[in-house]
Design a protein. Structure first.
Length: 1085
């Protein structure tokens, strides 16, 4: 069973490694996390019960044969009822099956939205979109709850049939035996038959359940089959061994036509490119022209319609949006390769990472958060570049690695890395940098425009190393050693997942019962269960009374009366079963809705540092497996526990009332039950917690690998195998906890069966000893109850243990739901009026800011004043604190000390939503959420279509959007992948134009945009944002030269702050060096 689960998960992960990017938009694309948490569980449950499909019919047949020996032909009347019950159960099962299919489809959609929203939580918080996305997630959830309600109410029908059918079988059999066959019921026949009917109860109850599990498993298998059938990357897209290609050619495209989707128009047509070994090829062009598509074509990620693609040797790839793993800096760079100190230090030096590692608290042992959330854009870029360089590949495909770093670091990387470390390698570099494009080191320039390519080849006068700076593996060995020995504890960011210990607290039970409906629901269930139990025991005692009536001849009127009373009691019992099931289902739906709302609200309003320390797999685990337990398992287990407790203790009380001496045996046996139960529940509960904790790393790894699958594949089959091996290992750890859980349960069940044998033996001994003092009817009742007491007691313990184990899920949900919301530590002092801010003045007063509580400050006493509507350029070397300034302004974390004032109001004294909705940001890594383009541009329906088109026109995106199917109603794919990164940045800018905020932050907003388009956008910014303060964070100095003033940051402090011309007047300073390095001095002097 465990091997099966691990094997299925491995099969799914291997598919993920082969699945094409295009398949993400496939309608049949199910969520892999949902398959991992729900579908595989259903398949394993079915596999565990599969033998019951042939065992239960045989068991039912044997019991019916034995009934025939007792009741004669009346037993066949019971058989007809069994057949009818099966047909009704099949009807409800079919309904359940259809509802379950809809439920899983809605759950897929909900899990995709959860991963999308919490994967981009920083953008959500920057834009104060928590409320909007809470509504979106709850709307998707309501659709899921609608399917869930159909599913659980259909289950109620199945439960009714399962519990009522034994009652109907006994009623019909006795009615035929007495009223049709005119036979007299005797105690011997009645209680023998009752014992046999009780033997039918479990098979009749379980058989429809097993069929239902098999049908649900079939749906899960179909969903898995759909996932496994998704489109894969075609290995023939790129040839690795082509004898017809000259040996000096590293990469080749001949008459290549490529598309992202077979139904879409080509993104590159009739492309031709020849890259010789050792060539340095520069690819450039305007936004959305197809530069990244060319890289994808060389990697084999694009669908090849026509032509030929050849790449020789090992490939390393840098993606336009750097993919960072939730690991240490070193683990990200090594990417599974063996650590070589000299080589490692050389790569760090060439990629300009040594100064950054000195600043990190743990050096290269510093843990990087989800998606590199605790690194600046430049640091993420250089870590990704270092990973490519360390691979020592033959061909390097680098998609815009210089866009996220400043001019000095660009120059350093160009000379030390591209022209130094990689001087003998084949390099294909995508860039907008005119100096790099014009460099004499370039062998070949490729201009891409509107899906067409123009190649310009030239012979270089000097080898590439001539333009580079030599890096020595021996230089700085002291630093290398220091980096190797850095403290892992100091660099730890992601906390180990917390788990409670000991018993689930009473507060969790109380909060869950309150979510179900509280005392009213509990009292209603007790009343229903009492009525059910009264009907059950009443029917048995009525049979005892019936068989104890004098006379051996058949009396039709009396028999009819007795049968009517027995049938009414049985019918009442059946109705109470239905009422109990519906009540439990309704209460469960209510609790599920309540806890989901709390969880969603709590996480969306949690501080960002919570997401730094908790990978997305943990969040997915709460929204996946834990919510599933809350929806179905816990409510119905509560119902089952209530049934078992009432049933057992009422039967036990009745048996003791009949045979008082039985209490002498029951007390020690009860003690043993309690002792073993306690002994079992404690380890079982902790194993369950370990099992849930062990699931989170599996889901995190899947999510992370799915995002970076293009990079993993690009690095070759060894890296793919490494990712698969990592997934195997994490699944094995998860399976160990699962196996322990199974072994402990088996141990407990064996002991319960042994104690149960003791209960039966004690009761039978008492009845034999007291047979002269008891009537046959009472002996029959006591004996019938004795036969079921042992299994009932074991069932109580088992259900209680399951319930306490399952209550770990609401415990984990409530832990996340009760996270203190961001801003809660600051008391609300001022609610600014509606006209705030009247001016866009901005003041930082001795601001000290850090990312991790108790960690090193990244802003160290930052102070400056910005005037109304001023245009400020913010520059500085990578890691100087530019993006941290933005974080402080948006109150992503609270300040350690100091104040930030906008229009004279301290931002710490106002609601976060008020602050963030008054600001706009165009981030370095833009995120577009799934939905219509219009919904992204105008999430709160505040603007007209004409205003949106006007904003698109100003950012030069009107033509592209006009060409889309549906235009403003065009559906964005996940992460906006149907737009290039540059186009996404321009759409972000258009949205900022609409909001008309008084303060606008542009964080490397034009990093992925060509220079011609950037100049147009700069003119637009100066014109359309003239009534706003604009803070432009940029590495390309040309982006900020038109600013009123330039702020130069270094090590979290302002070192220079003046107009561009004033800053270069003295011929010295940080800005002067940056301008000189970038070749901008002529424009400023």
């Amino acid at each position: 069973m465990f091997r099966m689960a691990v094997s299925l998960r491995a099969l799914l992960f291997e598919k993920t490694m082969r699945r094409s990017i295009q398949s993400r938009s496939d309608d049949k694309a199910v969520d892999i996390a949902n398959i991992y948490t729900s579908d595989i569980q259903r398949i394993i449950q079915c596999a565990n019960q599969i033998n019951a499909l042939w065992i239960l019919p045989i068991q039912i047949g044997v019991v019916v044969y034995m009934l025939y020996n007792v009741l004669g032909l009346a037993a066949f009347a019971g058989l007809v009822v069994i057949a009818l019950s099966m047909l009704v159960a099949f009807f409800f099962t079919k309904k359940t099956n259809g509802s379950y299919k809809d439920l899983m489809n809605h759950k897929d959609e909900r899990m995709k939205r959860v991963k999308e929203v919490f994967g981009a939580i920083q953008i959500v918080k920057f834009n104060a979109w928590e409320g909007k996305f809470e509504q979106k997630l709850l709307a998707v959830r309501e659709l899921e709850l609608s399917a869930l309600s159909r599913f659980v109410y259909a289950m109620c029908g199945t439960i009714f049939v399962m519990w009522a059918s034994p009652l109907f079988v006994s009623t019909v059999s006795f009615a035929v035996y007495t009223l049709v066959m005119d036979q007299v019921l005797t105690a011997a026949k009645v209680f023998t038959a009752i014992a046999l009917f009780n033997s039918l109860r479990d098979p009749l109850r379980d058989f429809p359940s097993v069929i239902q599990q098999c049908l649900q498993s079939k749906i899960s298998l179909d969903r898995m089959s759909n996932y496994l059938a998704l489109h894969e990357v075609d290995p023939s897209n790129v040839s690795r061994d082509d004898q017809s290609v000259p040996t000096n050619v590293a990469a080749l495209i001949e008459q290549g036509t490529f598309t992202w989707n077979a139904d879409a128009s080509p993104v590159l047509s009739d492309a031709n490119l020849t890259v010789k070994k050792g060539d340095f090829v520069v690819v450039h062009g305007s936004v959305g022209s197809g530069k990244s598509s060319l890289c994808s074509a060389l990697l084999g990620e694009l669908e090849k319609i026509d032509g030929k693609v050849f790449v020789s040797g090992k490939v390393a790839y840098y993606s336009q949006q750097p993919w960072i793993q939730n690991m240490t800096v070193r683990e990200n760079i090594l990417f599974g390769q063996t650590f070589d100190s000299g080589k490692y230090h050389t790569v760090l030096d060439a990629c300009g990472l040594l100064p950054d590692l000195e600043q990190f608290p743990g050096g290269d042992a510093t843990e990087i958060g989800q998606k590199g959330i605790n690194l600046s854009g430049g640091q993420k870029a250089r870590v990704s570049l270092a990973r490519a360089c360390y691979s020592d590949a033959d061909v390097f495909i680098l998609d815009s690695p210089l866009a996220a770093v400043d001019a000095v670091v660009q120059s350093e990387i160009f000379s030390k890395c591209i022209c130094g470390l990689l001087a003998e390698k084949t390099v294909v570099l995508v860039t907008h940098n005119p100096d790099v494009i014009a460099s004499e080191a370039v062998n070949c320039k490729v201009l891409v425009s509107e899906g067409q390519m123009w190649t310009e080849r030239r012979e270089v006068r000097h080898p590439r190393r001539h333009f580079g700076t030599k890096t020595s593996p021996l230089s700085g060995n002291a630093e290398a050693t220091a980096l190797v020995e850095s403290s892992k504890i100091a660099g730890k960011l992601v906390d180990d997942e917390e788990r409670e210990e000991g018993r689930v607290s009473a507060a969790v039970f109380r909060r869950y019962f309150n979510a179900m409906g509280g005392l009213k629901v509990l009292l209603l269930l007790i009343v229903i269960q009492s009525l059910w139990q009264g009907c059950q025991i009443g029917s048995d005692l009525w049979l005892s009374h019936w068989t104890g009536q004098k006379g051996n001849t058949f009396d039709a009127s009396r028999t009819q009366y007795n049968m009517t009373v027995y049938a009414l009691l049985g019918g009442g019992s059946a109705l109470m079963v239905l009422a109990r099931a519906v009540t439990v289902a309704t209460a469960g739906l209510r609790a599920s809705r309540d806890l989901f709302v709390r969880l969603t609200h709590g996480l969306l309003h949690a501080p960002l540092r919570f997401f730094d320390a908790n990978p997305i797999g943990r969040i997915v685990n709460r929204f996946g497996g834990d919510i599933t337990y809350v929806e179905i398992d816990i409510p119905f287990d509560i119902g089952s526990l209530l049934v078992s407790v009432f049933f057992t203790f009422c039967q036990l009380a009745t048996a003791i009332y009949i045979v008082q001496i039985l209490i002498v045996f029951i007390i020690p046996l009860g003690y043993l039950y309690i002792k073993f139960a306690k002994f079992y529940i404690m380890p079982s509960r902790e194993i369950s917690r370990l099992l849930k904790v062990a699931s989170s790393p599996v889901l995190s790894h899947i999510s992370q690998s799915e995002e970076g699958v293009t990079t993993i594949r690009a690095f070759g089959s060894d890296c793919v195998d490494q990712a698969i091996a990592e997934n195997f290992w994490r699944n094995d750890v998860n399976a160990r906890a699962w196996f322990c859980d199974f072994v402990v349960l088996t141990w407990f069940q064996l002991r319960m069966e042994l104690i149960g044998c003791g209960v039966v033996m004690a009761v039978v001994s008492c009845l034999v000893y007291l047979h002269e003092f008891l009537s046959p009817g009472l002996v029959g009742v006591a004996f019938t109850y004795a036969l079921s007491i042992d299994s009932r007691l074991a069932r109580i313990v088992r259900i209680w243990s399951w319930l306490e184990i399952e209550m770990v899920s609401p415990e984990r949900i409530m832990t996340y739901a009760s996270i203190p919301p961001e801003g809660s530590k600051r008391p609300l002092v001022i609610q600014p009026d509606a006209s705030w801010p009247r001016s866009s003045t901005l003041q930082f007063q001795d601001v000290v800011f850090n990312y991790k509580q108790g960690g090193e400050p990244v802003l160290k006493g930052l102070s400056f004043n910005i005037h109304n509507n001023e245009k400020i350029g913010i520059v500085g070397r990578t890691g100087a604190g530019k993006s941290s300034l933005t974080m402080a302004l948006f109150r992503i974390n609270e300040l350690v000390s100091g104040r930030i004032l906008i229009d004279g109001v301290d931002i710490a004294t106002m609601p976060l939503r008020t602050l963030r909705s008054s600001l706009s940001i165009i981030p370095q890594s833009p995120v577009l959420f799934k939905g219509t383009l219009r919904a992204y541009m105008d999430p709160f329906d505040e603007f007209t279509d004409a205003e949106i088109w006007s904003a698109l026109e100003k950012v030069d995106m009107k033509a592209q959007v006009s060409a889309l199917e549906g235009q403003l109603t065009y559906e964005l794919s996940e992460n906006g992948e149907n737009f290039s990164v540059g186009e996404r940045q321009m759409l972000c800018m258009a949205r900022a134009l609409l909001t008309r905020s008084r303060i606008v932050v542009m964080d490397e907003a034009t990093a992925s945009i060509d220079h011609a388009t950037e100049k147009k956008l700069q003119r637009m910014i100066n014109e359309d944002f003239r009534d706003a303060t604009v803070l432009t964070i940029a590495h390309r100095l040309g982006t900020v030269l038109d600013s009123d003033r330039i702020m130069v940051l270094s090590d979290g402090r302002v070192v220079e702050f003046d107009s561009p011309r004033e800053l270069v007047k003295d011929g010295s300073g940080v800005f002067y060096e940056l301008a000189k390095e970038g070749g901008y001095l002529d424009q400023l002097q």
